[in-house]
Design a protein around this ligand. Structure first.
Ligand SMILES: Nc1nc2c(c(=O)[nH]1)N[C@H]1C(S)=C(S)[C@@H](COP(=O)(O)O)O[C@H]1N2
Ligand SMILES: [Mo]
Length: 518
């Protein structure tokens, strides 16, 4: 019998690919765990994700919102995960005991993570730690998993069983990742639970009778099945923001610093804010990215505090023409001071449809300004106000190609019948909505198959700051038909047929719907 010495062999390709993916999981799991000790935004995954969002060109935002709508965030997370798995698999495949190419790939990705994390709003050098520690752990994992496999002499080189030591390392690594991510997740869940408890226990401010929102009269909501309700339920309200992690502030953690070109700088705590007299108003918000016929608009009843009163309190310098507001996650909005003081109901809102603001919609405090698109007015999780000038400061979306100032354009939409659906021939109710916040809707017209414009019936006007529903009675003949709508505001402007993209200051054009009448 011959005695053979043990030999070693390079691991098989799928094993190396798996090693790379496990190493990446270690980077992210450990990174997540360390981020808990620093700040949620220092997590390598979220830092890179948020930086990607912030550095995306204008057309990429439009593409993402047009393609995925309000599912843009899950789509981004999925895309990032697929990309990470691919890169990690490649890193595992090219890693060699004496040529650590895969480790080099992890190091380069780590450098990207460090750059992203240390450039988040409010970041310190400490924000690098989760990525650095995570990548170090990931490289150790990769080295161990891709070390040459020892093949015991008796079993021969084609034995497929994984040697015991490597197997244990692999198992221990997977357990460590699970534990790290789990511990981080538990901690974050606790933080979230604290904020949730804070929100659940919050008493809504009492609005004096004189400050209440006018009641919604009969017929304001046309109540046609399939038509958008006049007031949008919180759970159905569109959500648009750059926040990959929804800020979860408690009212104790919240404050608003007001500074810049003011006579008296102040910092308001939650109790300072709610010591003031609130008002209640129903106001329709609209996103500049809303396409013709799109649903990035919603109407809610808000409770809040007049922004004008706070500005008067701090004494705004006559040279200041911009309120630069910043959210707890570093997003910024520039709003003309003149507009905030022109008498419209611009408020710091704390409640939405009879509840504290939902976290996604800005808990505990956000801005609501009638007549301006959200990106120049509706700062959620607002914590800082700087009085400044448009020629000195530039807000988040203006830096990325959107307009500096953006009043909401007159718009109209068909809600019923549904697009490309089938409806029975005969008497049909066509219904929809139209908005021209601050001006009000004067007229809505509808036409069939590019025929003559017919005047639709307007629901009673609630206020010039809300959308207005309309209906039109139609005796639908069989065949394939299209309907088109256009609105005229009380200032006499009729929507133009010419289409404009949402960039830089809102879409233009008439909404059409095609369907089959049988
Ligand atoms: N902090 C923060 N506030 C924000 C944004 C954001 O990205 N971050 N997006 C704005 C935009 S573009 C719009 S249209 C409105 C949307 O408000 P909603 O999500 O409550 O509907 O919020 C505004 N406020
Ligand atoms: Mo928006």
């Amino acid at each position: 019998m011959t005695v053979r010495a043990d030999t070693t062999t390079r691991r098989r390709l799928p094993e190396r690919a798996l090693s790379g993916v496990l190493a990446a999981a270690v980077v992210l799991g450990v990174g997540e765990l360390v981020s808990v000790a620093i700040a949620p935004a220092s997590s390598p995954f979220f830092a890179v994700g948020s930086t990607t969002v912030d550095r995306s060109p204008a057309w990429a935002r439009e593409f993402a919102i047009t393609t995925f709508g309000t599912n843009d965030k899950p789509a981004l997370f999925l895309g990032m995960t697929v990309l990470i798995v691919l890169l990690a698999a490649v890193a595992g495949i090219v890693e060699q005991p004496r040529r650590p190419y895969g480790s080099a790939i992890l190091a380069v990705l780590g450098a990207v993570g460090v750059y992203a994390a240390t450039h988040r709003p409010g970041a310190t050098l400490l924000y690098a730690a989760p990525t650095v520690v995570g990548v170090a752990a990931g490289i150790v994992t990769l080295r161990l998993l891709t070390a040459r496999a020892r093949v015991p002499a008796e079993s021969g080189p084609d034995a497929s069983g994984m040697p015991r030591r490597q197997f244990l390392v692999l198992a221990a690594t997977a357990a460590a990742v699970a534990a790290a991510a789990g511990a981080a997740g538990r901690y974050l869940a606790d933080t979230i639970a604290g904020a949730v408890r804070n929100r659940n226990g919050l008493a809504l401010p009492q609005v004096p009778v004189a400050g209440r929102a006018p009641g919604i009269g009969a017929g304001t909501d046309v109540a046609v099945p399939g038509a958008t309700p006049f007031v949008t339920r919180n759970g159905d309200f569109y959500r648009i923001d750059t926040a990959l992690q929804v800020p979860m502030l408690t009212t104790d953690e919240w404050s608003l610093r007001i500074h810049g070109m003011v006579d008296r700088e102040i910092t308001l705590s939650w109790s300072d804010l709610i010591a003031r007299t609130p008002i209640e108003r129903t106001i329709t918000l609209t996103c500049v990215s809303n396409e013709v016929g799109g649903n990035l608009a919603g109407n809610a009843t808000w409770i809040g505090y007049r922004i004008k009163d706070l500005l008067d309190e701090v004494g705004v310098s006559p040279d200041a023409d911009m309120l630069l507001s910043t959210s707890s996650d570093g997003f910024t909005v520039g709003t003309p001071v003149e507009i905030l003081r022109d008498g419209r109901d611009a408020i710091l809102a704390v409640a939405m449809n009879g509840e504290p603001l939902p976290f996604e919609h800005g808990y505990p405090v956000r801005q609501v300004v009638p007549g301006l698109y959200g990106f120049v007015s509706a700062t959620k999780w607002v914590v800082d106000w700087e009085l400044t000038r448009f020629d000195r400061a530039e807000a988040y979306w203006t830096r990325r190609g959107w307009s500096e100032k953006a009043p909401i354009k007159t718009a109209s939409r068909i809600d019923v019948p549904a697009a490309f659906g089938k409806i029975p021939a005969g008497p049909t109710i066509v219904a929809g909505t139209a908005w021209a916040q601050r001006r009000g809707i004067a007229k809505v017209e509808v036409r069939v198959d590019n025929g003559e414009w017919r005047t639709a019936t307007l629901a009673p006007e609630y206020s010039i700051d809300t959308w207005r529903q309309w209906t039109w009675q139609w005796d639908a003949p069989t065949g394939v038909h299209s309907l088109q709508v256009r609105a005229t505001d009380l200032g006499g402007n009729t929507q133009t047929e010419e289409r404009a993209a949402p960039i830089p200051n809102g879409a233009d054009g008439w909404h059409s719907r095609s369907f089959t009448v049988t």
